[in-house]
Design a binder for this molecule. Sequence first.
Ligand code: FAD
Ligand code: EPU
Length: 340
Amino acid sequence: MIRSDIDLQPFNTMTIAARADYFAEATSLEELRVALDFAREKQLPILPLGGGSNIVLTGDFPGLALHVALKGLKLEDLGNQTQITAAAGENWHQLVMHTVAEGLGGLENLALIPGNIGASPIQNIGAYGVELKDSFHSLTAMEIESGALVEFSAEECRFGYRDSIFKQDARDRYLICEVRLRLPHQWAPQVSYPALQQYFAANSVAEDTLKPQDVAAAVIAIRNSKLPNPVQIPNAGSFFKNPVVDDAQYTQLRQQHPQLVAFAAGEGWKLAAGWLIDQAGWRGFEREGVGVHSQQALVLINPGHCCGSKVVALAMEIAADVKAKFGVDLEPEPRFYPGV
Ligand code: FAD
Ligand code: EPU
């Protein structure tokens, strides 16, 4: 099952061509263990792969790219809530559409996020006022070093904004195999996000008539209006996280830029990185096959199927410009392999 010298271009939505020394697709826990044994014996680093929609390949990967393709989906009625048990290789959006078709609410704001279940806890995926953590119950992961299965509760995952333990202390230590979500049967739509409010007002939809399916349809329409479909225009979604600044920096920025788009976030303020990049003049910019999406400046695009170093060079240029113009640091959201 282990192949050598494989092109990873079909396995990342940025369509970056880069080779992995070894590649394996695992459809069972046993195959995952075989792949891990092989990597351990050869002392290879591992690149776990789902849908490849949140990675940037900065060069060839000197290790084992491991496509986690475990399948299986189960819905169980627990009385006042439904438990969903989904294997890592199931597609996220298909799961969302399956739940809303069953009349279950809770995941509809997360419709159309590309990628697989296995990656969803890594950065605690979020959109339109909802995050994975809001319906997450627990997960099972395989420890890379030992092959042992380990359970993580929601608390143990230490979810944050685009963050979890799997990007911090547990980075590169686990393969997520199965995720369990719980959707309470009592449901109220989460439609406070400005874009959703505008959508329902424009379409004369009364909020008290909404079903999960209606919210999913609205989210899909809004996303299609500004986010590029990776099948047509290669991209990895938001290239940077929205930066959080303290009150003093926010007040100063607001004085200098009264139109600044920002949202209260705990003790600080979350700035719209797309607005900063847009104001810095980058929206629609394109150079030698890489660029900035014309409808959403936070999304870098790679229509020329260029190498990762070109994408990273543009990202660094943009971040340096935003720093110079606004004094704000931008942190990339996707993970870079093998790193920069
Ligand atoms: P991959 O890109 O394959 O992997 C991402 C990371 O997770 C890598 O570090 C990888 O090694 C690791 N990983 C993957 N699977 C496993 C596993 N089984 N075990 C351990 N580690 C694993 N994200 C949002 O949060 N909100 C959005 O609204 C959103 N919109 C997007 C829109 C577009 C057009 C695109 C292209 C991306 C968007 N994203 C968004 C980012 C992306 O869809 C999510 O991060 C998604 O969860 C990535 O899933 P994936 O299977 O493609 O992960
Ligand atoms: N904006 C501009 N110009 C731009 C882009 C945005 O002025 O070119 C302004 C918008 O007008 C809006 C604000 O910035 O007022 C925020 O924009 P948007 O609603 O599109 O959301 P975002 O903050 O850019 C975040 C997530 C997305 C998620 C959406 C919806 C991050 C890093 N990104 O984007 O997630 O889908 O909100 O909730 O948090 C991803 O993570 O890959 C991703 C796409």
